[in-house]
Design a binder for this molecule. Structure first.
Ligand SMILES: [Fe+2]
Length: 136
């Protein structure tokens, strides 16, 4: 576990998508900090989780709109991956809501951090050629 650092490899080349990703990483880092606190505070984690989930949904909608605007051919598949990601994170989040302990919170962090970084690098960056030079 550790804070995620923004790096060039994560750049999609579309300013608002890159900004959104930086915000998502910031929420994940807040979660990481809460997990490393001397005293575990489930309420603190719950507050961060609500924001993270809400922002994730908003971001996916924004990203899909941009993909639509530039006629990205992989949109349908990408939409599905977003839906699967949201479902998996919501499931983990529900498990934490039922049993708000450190283990459940850590599971959310580990899964979401890995999922997001992999998704950005492997999937989101595929739209780079479509957004290059496009003013949105
Ligand atoms: Fe995406």
């Amino acid at each position: 576990m550790g804070a995620i650092m923004w790096r060039r490899q994560l750049s999609v080349g579309q300013p608002s998508i890159d900004e959104d990703h930086k915000h998502l990483i910031e929420y994940l880092n807040q979660l990481d900090t809460a997990l490393n606190a001397r005293v575990f505070q489930p309420q603190r984690v719950a507050v961060i989780l609500v924001k993270l989930l809400e922002y994730t949904r908003e971001h996916f909608a924004r990203e899909e709109k941009i993909m639509e605007a530039v006629k990205y051919p992989g949109l349908a598949e990408h939409r599905q991956q977003h839906a699967e990601g949201v479902r998996a994170i919501s499931d983990l989040s529900n498990a934490f809501a039922r049993t708000p302990n450190h283990e459940h919170a850590e599971r959310i962090y580990t899964f979401t951090a890995e999922w997001l970084v992999r998704h950005i690098i492997m999937q989101d960056t595929q739209i780079t050629p479509y957004v290059r030079g496009v003013w949105l």
